[in-house]
Design a binder for this molecule. Sequence first.
Ligand code: PBG
Length: 366
Amino acid sequence: MHHTLSGIRHFGQGAGTVHDVAEQTIRIGTRGSLLATTQAGTVRDALIAAGHPAELVIITTPGDLSAEPVAKIGVGVFTSALRSALTAGEIDVAVHSYKDLPTAGEPGLTIAAVPTREDPRDALVSSGGRVLGELPPGSVVGTSAPRRAAQLRASGLGLEIRPLRGNLDTRLGKVASGELDAIVIARAGLVRLGRENEVAESFDPAVLLPAPAQGALAVECRSDDAELVSILAELDDAPTRAAIDAERAVLATLEAGCTAPVGAIADVVESIDESGRIFTELSLRAIVAAVDGSDTIKASVVGSVDRAAELGKELAAELLDLGAAELVALADDEQATDGDAHRVDSSQAAPDGGVDARTGQENENA
Ligand SMILES: NCc1[nH]cc(CCC(=O)O)c1CC(=O)O
């Protein structure tokens, strides 16, 4: 058939349009921030390199327009506008920071690719390039992610944690101006923008466990765009996807019974069996922390890469057994005294910082 010979493929019928891959440019929706367009640009470039014309379409999200704390404007604030545009057929692909995506999937949409992850660690940017241990008690450290705040408080260093919001430039500017002694942000954001030289310290996960899916992208499209699903699948990195599946399963499982901040990180590691055979496994670590830093619960598991999501569920169950649900009360008290308790539908809760159904995602747009 002529179509087959000329490589013409069709997709997008579900959205009421016939999208011809060979002739039409794939529209990649992204938020307008420098970090978001840089991330989506890597997906565009990979598609073009594979012979598929692609372009970026900027979608303004409520999260970009509001300076309100994310806890007030709701989780999913950075991702739901992109998903709506995708469902409506205004774009063909949405590129998200995976950690900002609610754990609940969107009907009719699928994560067709999880490209190779950037370094998932959290990073300290400080005046004078000091590492965490060099900051004297009383130093003022900016971060709004409850997960980061809780773990920093638990360090016992006597740091004063202050809220932080705004794009990367704004946040880095608060260190440069002396308003803050340091900030804690995702290393991945700095690396993607070529500013990793500003990192004073990248935290070992034993010190500060990153958010589930930190440093990873979710490349989403309509489930019925079969042709596009298979094109995007070429951008998928199986070890990254397995790690994210495990980390997100921890988060999703804990959402049911725990509102405290959650960190999780998985790595594909090499193990050796009794006969000396080397094989790969998934190593998963997670933490649930009281927002006030008074308690942390950690657990880890190693298992088959094929069982990524199951490992995450099992680890979450173990954390609950160890008392993760009891940290809720502490978190609730903390929120009550803060006076900004704001409960959202927990089925939407997800994002970075965890899970906390009220504080929702990490309160820092990027
Ligand atoms: N919650 C905001 C957000 N979403 C993604 C990133 C950075 C990139 C990433 O973590 O993948 C950030 C900023 C930050 O946490 O410092």
